[in-house]
Ligand binder design. Sequence first.
Ligand SMILES: N[C@@H](CCC(=O)N[C@@H](CS)C(=O)NCC(=O)O)C(=O)O
Length: 361
Amino acid sequence: MGYVLIGTEASQFSGKARAALRWKGVDFSETVATPEVYRDIIEPRIGYSVIPVLLTESGQTIQDSGDIIDFVDRNTSGPPIHPATPLQELVSLLLELYADEWLVIPAMHYRWNRDDAWIVEELGRIARPDASREEQVAIGQVIANPLRDAAPRFGISDDTVSGIEAHYEGFLADFSAHLRKLPFVLGDRPSLGDFALFGALYGPLYRDPALGERMRRQAPPVVAWVERVRDERAGPEALLANDEVPKTLHPILKRQMSEQAPVLIETICALAEWTRAQPSGARIKRSLGVHEFVIGGRRGQRSILTFALWRLQRVQDHYRQLVGEERKRADNLLEAVGGMALVTTQLPVRLDRRDFRLVIA
Ligand SMILES: N[C@@H](CCC(=O)N[C@@H](CS)C(=O)NCC(=O)O)C(=O)O
């Protein structure tokens, strides 16, 4: 029977989880997240509407694409999605943080600020596969409205649009240069970083005909990689030997550190302020107000989103347990890309997830 992954083809985080499970050869089927599935399965189990969700044969519910990937890495055979060596794992966790919490900005900008007719219809097709096209467009519109309205939370505004596009195009150029040397992020097979980046690029961008066409024009190596990550199945191919992190990833990590890291550090400060009066076990709000940020050289405002610190805590936990030569190699890499502050700025409290919500441990 296997696992059941609940998600949609359009969703960034479903794409990340699905590609990882497929590549690893996990026995699973996929249930499309229709409004009925949200009402009957997702909301009763999770307490709110979110995808992807993994159901196990024994009735366990796993949510969060990162937790789903960790769960199948722990509980199923096949090669690991997480690299087994320290520096490659550090880079994977950093790229997961970048793809999930930063590339989501261009993904949502292009989805909602350009011609959104395709995604509106797609959301209708997902919700009502058997309805007429007109009905699908109408229901798609209803589903799209709150999602479109959420775009400013990510900092998407008239002030930042040109910066968001500059950031994304810079990323595409750097990633193309990397992919001209190597088929995947860390070698001859995909790993966590590939799946996280794939999530951001596949559902929101590659699959949209106009945005996919734009990607084909701007970054043919990235398009070929999207198709490899989607289609590849685990075989004898390996990651680079000796825990090597290719230099061609440095520009991507540098861009992350120059733009995402200041936002994350300010989020740590906002959390410190907020937690002062909070007991352990307190639920952490999804957003702690609004702050200024810069993307692609453009200044704007966005919500201070706390979930990113959950991903950051994983990076920091991993870094902290490195000792001796491994720590030295990690420090050299972090210094080279400007990532030291991000990895060493202490979170004010330990974060945990209980009942699928972020809490103070
Ligand atoms: N951190 C979560 C993010 C999941 C997420 O944002 N999913 C989107 C679809 S791709 C969603 O369901 N959003 C609904 C909402 O946030 O209200 C994960 O990695 O699973």
